[in-house]
Design a protein around this ligand. Structure first.
Ligand code: MG
Ligand code: MG
Length: 268
């Protein structure tokens, strides 16, 4: 089946430059939030900071109004995995909060997420975050021009499994991204390599491992958005949007394009 038959969007260099602008807005917003999140803030406070940053950059929040979603960020605390709605919840010392952010520039999207601790957290929680972020970078590093989508999936899975006892959430996965936030193909966080779409230049994907300190089962709360672990285990979520180029992955939502993190994994 050809790529067009799969509904996959191949971006021109000019379109990728617009996606880079959107990606940088997301990167700068998350970097700002990383330094601002603290105990006593509500998740709505965090969302307000993000929306102001996105709009001051001349971009539009991707999430606001997406299928009726009421905020600019997803904020998912502790046992919440993804899609938490910002609101009156007050962040407390020792919490983990996963912050997912999307921005649109001239119709082109960027999408990324980080998990941050509120004040000091236990070594186990620090490890959870580090393992998730490492798996994200190992997944992106496994994406080579001419490779396949599940090369990313397999690298994420083996990275997490090699790190210890963690659950890899399977109900939610990464995705193609471009003129819409969610496009084909799906990018699972597990599976055998060498399958799925060929990673040709102009492909853009959001890679987003979600891992837990317990099981992999999830439920959606009565707000119809918030995804929680069924067993109450705490979770972490890291995400980047990257574009494939002839020289390898270009991480559109990393300030340095991913250069530093990828150099450690695939060489300069
Ligand atoms: Mg996201
Ligand atoms: Mg995403």
């Amino acid at each position: 089946m050809g790529m067009r038959d799969r509904g996959v969007e191949i971006k021109s260099p000019e379109q990728l430059d617009l996606m880079r602008r959107a990606g940088l807005v997301v990167a700068e917003t998350l970097e700002m939030l990383r330094g601002r999140v603290r105990a006593g803030m509500t998740t709505a406070d965090v969302d307000a900071l993000a929306e102001a940053c996105i709009r001051d950059s001349g971009a539009t929040p991707s999430f606001l109004g997406y299928h009726g979603f009421p905020a600019s960020l997803c904020t998912s605390v502790n046992d919440e995995v993804v899609h938490g709605i910002p609101g009156p919840r007050v962040l407390e010392e020792g919490d983990l909060v996963s912050i997912d952010c999307g921005a649109i520039v001239d119709g082109w999207h960027g999408d990324a997420a980080i998990t941050v601790s509120v004040g000091d957290v236990t070594a186990r929680l620090q490890a959870l975050m580090a393992v998730c972020e490492e798996a994200l970078w190992r997944g992106i590093a496994a994406a080579r021009p001419g490779g396949r989508v599940t090369d990313i999936s397999a690298a994420i899975e083996s990275s997490v499994q090699g790190a210890g006892e963690y659950g890899i959430v399977e109900d939610y996965v990464g995705h193609g991204i471009g003129s819409a936030m969610h496009q084909q193909p799906a990018v699972p966080n597990y599976g055998r390599p060498g399958r799925g779409l060929k990673l040709v230049p102009g492909i853009a994907l959001a890679v987003e491992p979600m891992i837990t300190l317990g099981g992999v089962e999830t439920d959606v709360l009565d707000d119809d958005w918030t995804v929680v672990t069924r067993d109450g285990a705490w979770a972490a979520h890291f995400e980047h949007t990257f574009a494939m180029t002839s020289a390898g992955p270009w991480v559109l939502t990393a300030l340095d394009g991913g250069r530093a993190s990828l150099a450690d994994l695939i060489g300069p």
